[in-house]
Design a protein around this ligand. Structure first.
Ligand SMILES: [Zn+2]
Length: 272
């Protein structure tokens, strides 16, 4: 009898403990489930998100611009003509309204015996491109791009220097690049999409508003026609007044190694 009684006490104590644990469990749970029941369901109220400090004053770093991936790997002149036209179709004429009516001698690839070299651009002379080309005719960016060279300070070579440059060129396999650069006179170079570069030479003036790194839009005036770097410039005369314009990609100029009729066709299609 005594045994049965103590067993009952134990059982009751265990049950009481279980009830207490059960209640404790619910009491702990209750703060997380304190939503009001709606349609028989309990909405769980989320704890408010902690407030983060305001964003730092320093702006996030700008995403890195992809490198100017070349439009074409290798010599663009090796492509079929239509593909060259297609790739360079973003260009327009560097002289407003001008067309390509040039003689073979005014095109890229023409020999230049006076300096033992080859012509690397196209010459816009008065009487050959349908518009008046005089000192001061505006020279325009032939496509949108970035200025990579602009000769704000320029000094014309002397007659003696010119004689020296021609002598050195005659003794070289071709015109040395530093001398060729003198013969191009005052210049602006632009870099365009696909690492394509355009060069504008023999300029009389360059835009005072532009400096290296500036973006230019297609058709923006970058300088004016002159004859810097040519013999008449030494004496201040107006002879040989023209724009010399080049397009480069991967160390090759547009028209390099192509027959004159192909070069003329390409320029007519590209520099509209
Ligand atoms: Zn030229």
């Amino acid at each position: 009898m005594q045994k049965q009684k103590s067993a009952l006490v134990y059982t009751t104590a265990l049950m009481a403990l279980a009830v207490l644990l059960f209640a404790a469990f619910f009491l702990n749970l209750l703060p997380w489930t304190s939503g009001s029941p709606v349609d028989g369901k309990t909405i769980i109220e989320k704890e408010p998100l902690p407030e983060y400090p305001p964003e730092a004053e320093t702006p996030a770093p700008e995403p890195e611009e992809p490198d100017n991936v070349p439009l074409f790997e290798g010599n663009i002149n090796r492509l079929p003509l239509e593909m060259i036209v297609d790739k360079l179709s973003f260009f327009q004429s560097p002289i407003k309204g001008a067309h390509i009516g040039m003689t073979a001698g005014q095109l890229p690839g023409a020999p230049r015996s006076y300096r033992n070299g080859t012509h690397e651009g196209v010459d816009y002379y008065n009487g050959f491109c349908g518009v008046k080309i005089v000192r001061g005719t505006p020279v325009l960016a032939a496509a949108e791009g970035v200025v990579i060279r602009i000769d704000h300070t320029y000094e014309e070579m002397t007659a003696e220097e010119r004689v020296d440059y021609r002598r050195i060129s005659a003794q070289s396999p071709t015109t040395p690049e530093d001398i060729l650069d003198k013969f191009r006179g005052r210049q602006v170079w632009l870099e365009h999409q696909g690492s394509v570069i355009s060069r504008y030479a023999h300029l009389d003036t360059v835009s005072s508003k532009l400096t290296v790194g500036d973006a230019v839009y297609a058709g923006e005036q970058i300088g004016t026609v002159g004859n810097s770097g040519t013999p008449p410039a030494i004496t201040g005369g107006d002879g040989e007044m023209h724009l010399h314009f080049e397009i480069w990609l991967n160390e090759s100029y547009l028209g390099e190694g192509l027959p004159a009729e192909d070069v003329r066709y390409l320029l007519r299609r590209i520099l509209k």
